[in-house]
Design a protein around this ligand. Sequence first.
Ligand code: BTN
Length: 251
Amino acid sequence: MDFSELNRLIKADSSRYQLRVFEEVISTNESVKELASPGQIGIAIASRQTGGRGRLGRSFTSPDGGLYISFIYHPHGGFERNFSIMPISALCVCRMVEKISGVKCVIKWPNDVLAGDKKICGILSEGFIEESEEFIIVGIGVNVNTDLPESLPMAASLKSLTGVSYAMEKAAAELINIFMDVLERFPEDEEYLLDMYAEKCVTLNREITATSNGHRIKGRAVGIGKGGSLIVRDLEGNEIEVFSGEATLRE
Ligand code: BTN
């Protein structure tokens, strides 16, 4: 990735962030920890990851052609007040993808970005404490120009969908611009952003099975709650708020 071109495309004041670009790392969610600073947003980008991590203890295949990017920031209001950054990040990715490629995206709760019914992006957010300062890490992997292995039939890349190769500097800079703009107005804009998220969330108004901390809840996804939780009306008619985990659609 061309560092000066990337910097040229980033709109934010350079005093607001610290950016590192790597060829190869184990995981950008690890590398970005070096950039933890209370007053700045740290951003680590890599062309490939050898130990990319996914949600729920899974791995994330990270070959060349993908955008692997992690942000680290000191959250206003602490961890609790920032839960919804994870789903809102998926909204940011949709906006970036739609802007650079025109490909329409939807979101599978909590934060898989899909084009059609194929996953094009995964997000892993984590908390990190250093010298008793809290930090949030948001790690995003977007299949931009990736040639995906046949072992991942449910995944697609923007290139596989459109036949076009995208400039990684543009993809990265657009995402950085959108994400930093959101962070600047967070948490004041949280409710508005969660409404935007809900409009894109294909899990809503569907019969689902939610799995969270080893519990399974069958029911209908009826809303997005505070912090980006999924509100499920179970088969007995009780409304249950699911804060983490995943939801699969039932036929
Ligand atoms: C998932 O779909 O399970 C989440 C995948 C998150 C992948 C991104 S790629 C950049 C960052 N570094 C990692 O090791 N994971 C996240």
